[in-house]
Design a protein. Structure first.
Length: 124
């Protein structure tokens, strides 16, 4: 093979390598573009996720405060119910005393009524 033939063969080989290189470079560029799209989408999803987490944390914090307020209110309600229960027990005891007194008065009224309805004894 002459020098000229060798140079032509080298040029053809180089042209083929350059063509392959350009094809691979083009494919690489397409893959990089697709990867950039994926990364961009992931960044958007990450921002959305961060936003949603921040919103949920705010909601959870607000609900925690609401629960604490309800617990405090519930303890006040429990205290008031206990107070009402004590008062009702006192009223029950007083009513029982009144009931006993009314029963006693009823008995005495029956005795008086019996005396009044009994005809007097006459001595003859």
């Amino acid at each position: 093979m002459s020098t000229e033939e060798r140079i032509v063969a080298l040029e053809q080989g180089l042209a083929a390598v350059q063509t392959d290189f350009l094809v691979h470079l083009s494919e690489n560029n397409r893959h990089m573009a697709a990867l950039n799209k994926v990364i961009t989408m992931q960044e958007l999803h990450s921002r959305d996720l961060d936003h949603n987490v921040a919103v949920l944390l705010g909601i959870a914090g607000s609900q925690g405060k609401d629960i604490k307020t309800m617990q405090n209110d519930l303890s006040v309600v429990k205290e008031r119910i206990e107070d009402i229960d004590r008062r009702l027990n006192g009223i029950d005891r007083r009513l029982e005393g009144f009931e006993q007194r009314f029963t006693s008065v009823e008995g005495k009224l029956e005795q008086v009524l019996q005396i009044l309805t009994t005809p007097p004894k006459t001595d003859k």
